[in-house]
Design a protein around this ligand. Structure first.
Ligand SMILES: NC(=O)c1ccc[n+]([C@@H]2O[C@H](COP(=O)([O-])OP(=O)(O)OC[C@H]3O[C@@H](n4cnc5c(N)ncnc54)[C@H](OP(=O)(O)O)[C@@H]3O)[C@@H](O)[C@H]2O)c1
Length: 323
């Protein structure tokens, strides 16, 4: 494993982080057992991962807490998050603090390394800043968490407006950002600011659904063509990213996607989500692998840098805040 510093938090963390949300939720989202989820967490730790990301809405903090129990607390970094809104409106500061307290209880810890506001849309930015922040900072003063972060709502904020504001206004230490081979807007819109302000970045959506299934990728492309979001020339019967797969290049699209994300300037940690111990090992191998060949990387930028942001899907079973 390789380790890095998570921006101005000063935390030393593995460059690969285990995410426990998304489609897999440690496998619990696809019908696998709690024992399997614990095995996935332990395998990640055995392979050198020291950062574990969760959230109250993933409904598996207690499982993660049990899995991490034997591991010395000060040798790992736990990041979690709680939403500040539901479909029908914003949540009170008291509800947000209740989420923080539930995380501490379920994760069996008396502090969180990073506490984040989960999936904040641009429309709720001001509410987060004016109403939630003062209350949350009082909990920080009590020692409940060490650093504050925010995660964005990827499909609703394609240009990273919310994270850019929070970064420039200087009140977050960590930003959870969406970025992948076909959603590259953070390169220009956000990373220059997070790097300048030394805000730590944790990447989500590096693979998601779009790069695990060629059919899904083609379906997304055709929908974007039909919606007039991308040129008709993208309409294709074969996967347009197949040029990445060759000797000396990527082995699979998943491999390509994690390597692409990992070597982007401004990215501190790439999260991956899985319920499969073999995928833990494969993904770490990709994330520790070399950058994509320069010609392939250049071609990905030529083809995809101006796409509107594809593949920012959510699991069909997801509530608004299970992302
Ligand atoms: N707004 C937010 O706050 C937000 C939103 C999204 C994500 N996140 C965080 O970011 C983390 C990572 O995001 P993500 O869930 O989108 O993860 P991801 O790593 O981009 O994609 C995970 C998906 O790819 C599959 N997969 C993983 N490794 C694979 C491999 N080697 N081969 C084939 N399939 C593979 C997983 O299924 P298998 O179980 O089969 O491996 C899962 O369906 C989440 O767990 C969560 O912690 C936060």
């Amino acid at each position: 494993m390789r380790y890095t510093t998570l921006g101005r938090t000063g935390l030393r963390v593995s460059v690969a982080g285990l995410g426990t949300g998304g489609y897999s939720r440690l496998g619990l989202g696809t019908g696998k057992t709690e024992a399997n989820a614990i095995a996935v967490v332990r395998e990640a730790h055995a392979q050198g991962i020291t950062l574990f990301d969760t959230g109250t809405n993933y409904m598996n903090e207690a499982v993660l807490g049990r899995a991490l129990q034997p591991i010395p607390r000060d040798s790992i970094v736990i990041t979690t998050k709680t939403p500040i809104h539901k479909a029908d409106g914003t949540l009170t500061p008291e509800r947000v603090i209740a989420g923080l307290d539930a995380s501490l209880r379920d994760l069996r810890t008396d502090y969180l390394d990073v506490f984040m506001l989960h999936g904040v849309p641009p429309a709720h930015y001001q509410y987060a800043h004016d109403v939630i922040l003062p209350t949350v900072l009082r909990e920080k003063d009590k020692g409940k968490f060490r650093h504050l972060g925010i995660s964005e709502t990827a499909p609703g904020d394609l240009q990273h407006e919310m994270l850019r504001r929070a970064t420039l206004e200087g009140w977050i230490d960590v930003a959870m950002v969406s970025f992948h081979m076909m959603h590259q807007s953070a390169r220009d819109k956000l990373f220059p600011h997070t790097m300048a302000q030394k805000v730590g970045t944790m990447l989500m959506y590096a693979v998601r659904g779009i790069f695990t299934s060629p059919d899904r990728l083609l379906t997304e492309l055709r929908a974007a063509v039909a919606a007039g979001q991308i040129p008709v020339s993208w309409y294709t019967d074969t996967n347009p990213l197949n040029f990445l797969l060759h000797p000396g290049g990527a082995e699979t699209l998943v491999d390509a996607a994690y390597r692409f994300a990992r070597h982007e300037p401004g990215v501190d940690i790439v999260l991956f989500g899985t319920g499969n111990t073999a995928h833990v090992r494969d993904n770490i191998s990709s994330l520790l692998g070399p950058p994509l060949p320069a010609a392939d990387h250049a071609e990905l930028i030529r083809l995809c840098a101006s796409l509107p942001g594809l593949g920012l899907d959510r699991p069909a079973h997801a509530t608004p805040a299970i992302r």
